[in-house]
Design a protein around this ligand. Structure first.
Ligand code: CP3
Length: 356
């Protein structure tokens, strides 16, 4: 194990459901602004690279010992206010039986991409019984984390559809959009199925003790607001609806979603994640007073000098005060070259600037 001792900032009740993260997500008063980082578990940490050596990404995601340890690493090191489960958005597809891999430095690659309505109908469903490893990992994590909340997550239907249709990462997502326009019925069936499996994946995590969930619609920003509203949002809403009465805050995030921010909230989020392109005070105007915000330091700022980092962190904390509640985060994931010491410093600075 090694590293610093894990010293969480305890909620008055000592329960993760009463932590600053959950409270900020609900728009309740906090002792200080909670902070965590998308991709906090990963290649910026030498202890992660050491532990992952010799194990493929998707194998690591199904090993409860590795999942537990990798998820805890950034919590111990940076004293962040939340853990996020070490997993991947494509894992439910793999577990369901889709032939795919995560290639280092590239991302998810699908062996037989979806190119026709028949391919959509051949997509295997995710059987909840196949998620026993996840139940084990989450229960172990929740026991280890004590008062620190665990965030469970899933990929939103649109973003998963981009990987399935493109066959791998892509910039324009042109094949995805072409399929959406040319095959509207098959498109609807595909996103329906992906919503069902995302909801199954989230329910497994919440039922094992996760205190909040984040739905990643990373690439939704490539769509117009009209297309998003009509052809995507109802399926994202179905994922959140699939949580039923489970009383955990729901975070919804995408990149480049400035024009979609009001709609993203409407999909059923308590917290809207914002990238660095829009200041949080403007994002608060677009999202409205009934939702909290998460974000939005540009991850590239962490590669610059300390004075710039400090200035930008102050700006984000300041602009975040316009929101109903603010969860400090980056505008997208930690870049692999980030000095982990800078991440620890950001956590300390956000806490210092926001202590009530
Ligand atoms: O945030 C965390 O620390 C929790 C773990 C997590 C991972 N992926 C681990 C991972 C989370 C929340 C994700 C979500 C994810 N995966 C998203 C949505 C978030 C986002 O970044 O927009 C997406 C689009 C994916 C698909 C994916 N998986 C990509 C694009 C990549 C990166 C490819 C690369 O190597 O640059 C992956 C691989 C991946 N997922 C890694 C990690 C730690 C790197 C794999 C490795 O360490 O070998």
């Amino acid at each position: 194990m090694g590293g610093r001792e894990h010293r969480p900032h305890p909620a008055p009740s000592g329960l993760p459901s009463d932590s600053d993260l959950v409270r900020a997500a609900r728009g309740l008063p906090v002792s200080r602004t909670p902070v965590w980082f998308m991709r906090q578990a990963g290649r910026s940490l030498p202890e992660y690279r050491a532990l992952r050596a010799g194990t493929a990404m998707l194998a690591a995601c199904q090993d409860p010992d590795l999942v537990t340890e990798i998820t805890l690493q950034p919590v111990r090191r940076h004293q962040v206010d939340a853990a996020i489960l070490f997993s991947d958005i494509v894992l439910p597809l793999l577990v369901a039986g889709v032939d795919l891999d995560i290639k280092p430095g590239i991302g998810p690659v699908i062996a037989s991409p979806i190119r026709s309505p028949a391919d959509v109908d051949a997509l295997p469903p995710l059987e909840p019984e196949r998620l026993a490893f996840l139940d084990t990992a989450v229960r172990r994590l929740v026991a280890e984390l004590g008062p620190t909340p665990l965030i469970g997550f899933a990929g939103a239907p649109f973003t998963l559809a981009t990987y399935l249709i493109e066959g791998g990462p892509s910039k324009e997502h042109a094949r995805t959009k072409a399929f959406m326009y040319a095959e509207p019925e098959a498109w609807g069936r595909l996103l329906d199925r992906l919503a069902v499996s995302a909801a199954t994946f989230l329910r497994a995590q919440v039922d094992a003790g996760a205190s909040a969930v984040q739905l990643f619609d990373s690439w939704a920003g490539v769509l117009s607001a009209a297309d998003y509203a009509e052809r995507v949002l109802p399926h994202s809403r179905a994922v959140f609806d699939g949580l039923g009465e489970r009383d955990v805050p729901r975070i919804h995030f995408g990149v480049g979603t400035g024009e979609l921010l009001p709609l993203i909230g409407d999909a059923g989020a308590d917290v809207v994640g914002v990238d660095w392109r829009i200041p949080l005070d403007e994002a608060a105007r677009r999202v409205g007073p009934r939702r909290s915000l998460q974000g939005n330091l540009d991850p590239a700022v962490l590669l610059s000098d300390r004075a710039t980092v400090d200035r930008e962190v102050r700006r984000v904390v300041e602009q975040g005060r316009a929101a109903r509640g603010h969860v400090f985060n980056l505008g997208h994931g930690v870049l692999p070259d980030t000095d982990p010491g800078v991440l620890t410093h950001v956590v300390e600075l956000v806490h210092e600037l926001s202590t009530r």
